[in-house]
Design a protein around this ligand. Structure first.
Ligand code: CA
Ligand code: CA
Length: 228
């Protein structure tokens, strides 16, 4: 049996449908805001992963260079003559004050080896400043205008020496400090800065995320050897 709507039912139905239609634009807005924040979160995660990856590489081009040991030795501490003298090698040894005097622990090369004056990529991609780059796509395949990846992200990676200072007495390093002031001449600290930029509607880019990490000239312990 077919049942007709009563007037009161009809009014209810109209009100419910009206509420549903009124909600659609705001639902669309909420979901597009979620996509926006998801894309920024994804860019942040990718940027953090990038900086973590950089930190796994040698501190400098010369860190693992020692003649025939070039491809097999672990990273050594480098001589930085333009930096804090208290972090230099103890004369006549391959140890710094505070080093553990034992096999396979952190130490300098057997003879003086300095870090590179000019930071950047060499023929072998093996150290943290080899990552210096401008306007590189953050995602492997940026699709501009597609529904999902409608935003285009670029990254700049900068690696610079920054000022450092140490004081020691009685064979113990009491204090080590550094600041974000970049230095032309080598120091014992490198600062890695990743700037992630998002494309705007007019085609320009605005800085969205800036991450920094610091890496120091301390060599590594010979627990694990990276092969290049
Ligand atoms: Ca290199
Ligand atoms: Ca380099």
């Amino acid at each position: 049996m077919k049942k007709a709507f009563t007037l009161i039912e009809l009014i209810f139905a109209i009100v419910v449908i009206s509420i549903a239609f009124m909600a659609i634009p705001s639902m669309n807005r909420v979901s597009s805001q979620n996509v926006e924040s998801s894309l920024i979160s994804e860019a942040l995660v990718a940027s953090v992963a990038k900086i973590d990856q950089i930190l796994t590489f040698n501190w400098d081009e010369n860190s693992s260079y020692e003649g025939a040991e070039n491809t097999t030795s672990y990273s050594k501490v480098l001589d930085i003559s333009s930096a804090d003298s208290e972090l230099e090698r103890v004369a006549g040894s391959n140890y710094r004050v505070g080093h553990i005097s034992s096999m396979l622990h952190r130490k300098f090369h057997s003879s003086e080896v300095n870090s590179t004056q000019t930071l950047g990529a060499e023929s072998d991609f093996d150290d943290i400043d080899d990552f210096i780059v401008s306007n590189q796509n953050l995602f492997a395949s940026d699709v501009v205008g597609a529904d999902g990846y409608k935003q285009h992200y670029l990254i700049d990676i900068d690696v610079s020496y920054i000022s450092d200072a140490a004081t020691y007495s009685d064979q113990i390093i009491n204090d080590f400090s550094f600041s974000d002031t970049t230095q032309v001449n080598p120091t014992n600290m490198k600062m890695i800065t990743i700037t992630t930029k998002k494309e705007q509607a007019d085609g320009s880019y605005s800085d969205e995320i800036k991450l920094r990490a610091y890496s120091s000239n301390i060599g590594e312990i010979d627990y694990y050897k990276r092969r290049y």
